[in-house]
Design a protein around this ligand. Structure first.
Ligand code: A2P
Length: 282
């Protein structure tokens, strides 16, 4: 496994295991992922799977300190007090006494409330308090665009270390990733395979053939060479292994440009300033 270093010195694996929906289909999937070699497990209060993941962590022989555990506070629980309560619930469900990374899952937006900036800032104060209390090793954001981050960063005592966004060939959100890089934030990619929609793209398939790899490996190597942490989901051990085996080949600069300039493909359609397409409960 390769690692990156967050700005506070914490090591983060370059590939983690995404758990949305997956755990509902197989309650032991996280145990299988750990056995396959994953050390970063990404969950969220909204995924409603923290308890099952907590059980898998207890069954696993890998010590807690070798794992990198992420959870997120849901959009309906933002604000200072609610964030703290949500964090404590996540800890209890996951049966652990600290998180490696805690994120604000989605920013509030102008459709939610006129005071959305204030709510994001109050939430961030709670994150800072929990971080300073030693309950979280790193804090960050998810699905934040620059106009959400600018007011937050201006007022933050501790700057966010991570922003987790949708990122894959065909949806690279350069204006967000550039802002994160300028502000020394590591980007994490959710749906790095574009929910499998990208895997049948002709350009990706041709590159897979050229490099003797699978389309999924091309996507994940592309993300890795972009300096971004990938959080792929996969149901079988074969795919779990395959998605980790990306550190022994290199995509040329020319082919990286080809992937970067693909037309938009596989976008989920979710946007932090719009109503969600799937029922996200807000
Ligand atoms: P499955 O869950 O049946 O293994 P994303 O992480 O971008 O949301 O993509 C997840 C989708 O990609 C799932 O449908 C998953 O299928 C599929 N997938 C994951 N890994 C691979 C792989 N190595 N090859 C093909 N499909 C994959």
């Amino acid at each position: 496994m390769e690692y990156s270093i967050l700005k506070n010195g914490v090591k983060i694996p370059m590939i983690g295991f995404g758990t949305w929906i997956a755990v509902k289909e197989d309650s032991d999937i996280v145990l299988k992922a750990i056995e396959a070699g994953y050390r970063l497990i990404d969950t969220a209060a909204f995924y409603d799977n923290e308890e099952q993941i907590g059980e898998s962590l207890q069954k696993s022989s890998v010590p807690r300190e070798e794992l990198f555990l992420t959870s997120k506070v849901w959009k309906t629980n933002l604000g200072y007090d609610k964030t703290i309560r949500s964090f404590e619930r996540s800890l209890k469900n996951l049966k652990t006494d600290y998180l490696d990374l805690f994120l604000i899952h989605w920013p509030k937006n102008h459709l939610d409330t006129q005071d959305w900036i204030q709510e994001d800032q109050d939430t961030w104060r709670a994150m800072e308090m929990l971080y300073k209390a030693g309950k979280i090793r790193a804090i960050g954001l998810s699905n934040f665009y620059p106009h959400h981050m600018i007011p937050l960063l201006e007022n933050a005592e501790i700057k966010p270390m991570v922003n987790q966004i949708e990122f894959h060939p065909g949806f690279t959100q350069k204006y967000v990733t550039d802002y994160c890089k300028e502000n020394d934030m590591i980007v994490e990619a959710w749906s790095p395979l574009g929910r499998a929609a990208v895997l049948s793209d002709e350009v990706i398939c041709n590159l897979a053939e050229k490099y003797g790899r699978t389309p999924a490996q091309i996507c994940l190597r592309f993300t890795y060479q972009s300096g971004i942490v990938s959080l792929p989901k996969a149901s079988s051990k074969i795919r779990m292994h395959q998605n980790l085996e990306i550190f022994d080949f290199e995509i040329s600069n020319e082919d990286m440009s080809v992937i970067y300039t693909l037309p938009q493909t596989g976008w989920s359609g979710e946007h932090p300033d719009r109503r969600p397409l799937v029922d996200l409960g807000w």
